[in-house]
Design a protein around this ligand. Structure first.
Ligand SMILES: Nc1nc2c(c(=O)[nH]1)N[C@H]1C(S)=C(S)[C@@H](COP(=O)(O)O)O[C@H]1N2
Ligand SMILES: [Mo]
Length: 418
């Protein structure tokens, strides 16, 4: 018998002896009672069929989404408008599906789609037009990837007091589905086809024209989100993901991909693009961006001392390669730590150890992505949009400028943009 086995035997024998001693009354039962004691009602969560079936969060956790942009959601007709995610409470890099932001082009009656009835049609400039059922798509080779989505309306204004208002129109999820390229190759795309038009089921269609190079690169037809089916507000049963492209390209309730040879104007273009050709030309790749989630607007630091500054960085240009932190209003910068893995076109968590001396100061974060793009300051972004005759007061296109948070000497945190 090996030494190891003998040791184990000895250990078991001794354990049995101790257990026996308890049984013989050598050790008094706890609380002077012979039977196990149930916790007081209220001290435990009573099991229920609901808790068994799908679970729920603690009643002490009250983090919620809020309507974004000053419009109620849902409105009195039951239409959903923009809804912002509570980034101030976020930990890690995945947004829980229940808290994922919601973006709509013109308000959404969220379609109630039976996946067994749903079809995706791929047609236009292809050799073999195909109609896919959800079952067909799920039989194809799949990928699972972390990606953020961000609405073009995600911009900080001086009137915003919390990060949910300044940055709550972006979220990050683990998406599962079929590469659009797999489906397009199956259909056989014609050599002179340069664009695809992706269309949703609603009457406004939520359609977007996407360059063929992007469609063939990393676009995904997603049926999975954070390990379960995509949520109705996020496009159940099927949505397009155009990683790193502005939110509007990520067509929800996807039912049609038309392969075409030129840009198709869609309902999405109205009120979204402007006649200004420079502004209109933007709207594809999201620039490098970051924000400090703690401490952020309206939070309260209890006093001077140690803090872990935490936040999220992302870029439509690829992976986040570096995040820098300034604790002196952008005069000097130090490297933050990247937490976990920086995935391409995904929220990436960063942290920075900071000793607050209790005096007023301004915190900023700045993202540098793998293709060398650097997140601009608000002043740089405004300078970019200024012309000789006119000083810009508003960042046109997407606003990926640096978010400054001012820490007052009483520990209160404020939006420092003017
Ligand atoms: N069919 C459809 N797809 C859509 C929209 C829409 O209104 N209809 N809104 C777009 C906009 S403006 C954004 S920002 C993203 C938001 O995705 P999410 O609601 O899953 O966060 O979806 C896009 N896809
Ligand atoms: Mo959006």
């Amino acid at each position: 018998m090996s030494q190891k086995k003998t040791d184990r035997r000895e250990f078991l024998k001794r354990s049995a002896a101790v257990a026996g001693a308890v049984g013989l009354g050598a050790v008094k039962p706890a609380l002077g009672q012979d039977t196990p004691v149930a916790p007081e009602p209220g001290a435990f969560i009573r099991g229920s069929d609901e808790m068994t079936a799908y679970g729920s969060r603690s009643r002490f956790v009250d983090s919620v989404r809020i309507p974004h942009g000053g419009r109620e959601s849902p409105d009195s007709f039951g239409l959903d408008f923009h809804i912002a995610t509570p980034l101030q409470d976020s930990v890690g890099e995945i947004t829980p599906s229940s808290l994922h932001y919601m973006g709509t082009t013109r308000g959404s009656f969220v379609p109630d789609i039976d996946p067994d009835e749903h079809r995706l049609m791929v047609h236009g400039m292809v050799d073999n037009p195909i109609v896919f059922s959800m079952e067909d798509l799920k039989r194809m080779p799949s990928v699972t990837r972390n990606h953020f989505i961000e609405c073009a309306g995600n911009r900080s204004r001086s009137s915003h007091t919390t990060i949910q208002q300044t940055h709550g129109m972006t979220s990050n999820a683990e998406w599962t589905g079929v590469l659009l390229s797999t489906v397009l190759k199956e259909a056989g795309v014609h050599a002179d086809a340069d664009w695809v038009v992706a269309e949703g089921v609603e009457e406004v269609k939520g359609a977007s024209s996407i360059p063929m190079t992007k469609a063939m690169d990393d676009c995904l037809l997603c049926y999975g989100m954070n390990g379960e089916p995509v949520r109705p507000q996020q496009g159940f049963p099927l949505r397009l993901l155009a990683p790193g492209f502005e939110g509007i390209f990520n067509v929800k309730w996807l039912r049609r991909i038309k392969v075409v040879d030129e840009y198709y104007m869609t309902y999405n273009d109205f009120g979204h693009l402007t006649r200004d050709p420079v502004n209109a030309a933007l709207g594809y790749q999201i620039g490098p961006k970051s924000v400090i989630t703690y401490p952020s607007g309206s939070q309260q630091l209890p006093g001077a001392g140690f803090y872990e500054i935490g936040g999220l960085a992302w870029s439509g240009g690829g992976r986040v390669s570096r995040v820098e932190i300034s604790t002196d209003g952008g005069r000097s910068w130090k490297d933050a730590d990247i937490r976990g893995t920086a995935h391409p076109m995904a929220h990436t968590r960063f942290s920075y150890e900071w000793e607050w001396d209790g005096s007023e100061c301004e915190l900023q974060s700045r993202c540098i992505d793998e293709i060398g793009q650097i997140q601009p300051s608000r002043q740089q972004a405004l300078d970019f949009w200024s012309t000789d005759g006119e000083r810009a007061t508003f960042v046109k296109g997407q606003d990926n400028s640096i978010q400054p948070w001012r820490i007052a000497s009483d520990g209160s945190v404020h939006n420092a943009i003017s």
